[in-house]
Design a protein around this ligand. Sequence first.
Ligand SMILES: [Zn+2]
Length: 159
Amino acid sequence: MGHLSDTRTSQIGLPKNWPPNWNSGEIPYVFNFHSIGVKRLISLVKQGHNYIENRSCLKFKEYDPRIAVKQPNNFTFLQYNYSGVLESCCLLYFSKPYGRRMVLITPTCAMPAEVAHATLHGMGLLHKHREPFTDTEVKEVFFFKKCDRDKEEFYNRKT
Ligand SMILES: [Zn+2]
């Protein structure tokens, strides 16, 4: 876990720590079912994923946590946790590039766009301190694989 400005890369393209098992455009994730407020967590994360999926060629696929940890070859997945404490979601909560990458959702980041923001950090995207992600950086990840043209138009409308 570190502050974002420390490790930001200006390189356009996929993040340096992009795991090979995400090259299909499918991002595996699990819920930490031991989190408090797990029902709320599930609902917020689904909305955040919808927000990204509607604007990108990415797909999020839920795994059973017990199965995700048993996948071979550094299988990398997001693990969503909920905390009722008003902590920032605008941080990297993982240090190892492979395996489990924690994403923290709290009441300060409950809007779909904010859950999407926290998810992008879990995916290895960085931005300058107190600035949003740049459109160019996000677009490189959202459309690193081509899919539906309508999605790109929807993204460009910035809704
Ligand atoms: Zn952030």
